[in-house]
Ligand binder design. Sequence first.
Ligand code: AKB
Length: 312
Amino acid sequence: MKRILVTGALGQIGSELVVKLRKLYGEENVLATDIREPKEKEGLFQVLDVTEGKRMYELAKQFNADSLIHMAALLSATAEKKPLYAWQLNMGGLINALEVSRELNLQFFTPSSIGAFGPTTPKENTPQDTIQRPTTMYGVSKVAGELLCDYYFHRFGVDTRGVRFPGLISYTTPPGGGTTDYAVEIYYKAVEEGRYTSYIAEGTYMDMMYMPDALQAIVDLMEADGSKLEHRNAFNITAMSIEPNQIAEEIKKHIPAFEMDYAVDPVRQGIAESWPNFIDPSAAKEEWGFTAAYDLEKMTADMIEKLSSKLN
Ligand code: AKB
């Protein structure tokens, strides 16, 4: 039975991941942590600022954790606004989490991102192992993080694992400060107002994935036979490569009057253009059987249905 400590548990991924982990491994075996108190307290929760390594160690030890899932980080657009803080939080939190995992012999997971790629990376079918020269602070911290996770495995034998997430789409907790957030906002606005102004330009392709597939990927990789993992960290995973107009067209099948226009934000557009159009997830498929159940059509139907009952 697992005993899992999750950081960043109130964030877009963390809030749904904790629910899934509690269903799988039992309420009492998942300790959710975040820098702020939750609005409603459900299950075990402790306030934790991930830059405080000693507190992270004490919480993990008291809880008798055997796994640490480290989600706390700033996303790409916010990191561009606060680059120094992004470095301190993303790298400071990660090194603390890796140290705690080394000291307490914990299995470890942390996400990297398509943001770990840059303008000189091959844009189409981006290979698992390729050029990584990102031009954002988020990307710099993600590449450094990927290397650090590999280092802790090779140097200290910590069972580190991770994926490169694409943009994640969900209806439960909105993302904050990402470049791919438009692909979530568009559904909220479609249901609430019947229209959306996209800050990402038409024709800008990025990888995306529906949250249930992302959560399943975390569980599957954590459960995978470690001896079969050649890469361990930073596996490319994706479910679809899409651009704003394709989402709009799919939404129109459910909300025919939906309208979209564009007011492109140069910062986030620049970040999006520095990222791949679609990444190749074949290493994840081969080494631990990654699959995605949702494509654009299936995801859109589910998003509209769930948001319609949540917002109306
Ligand atoms: C972001 O847009 O910053 C994130 C990501 C792709 O890592 N969603």
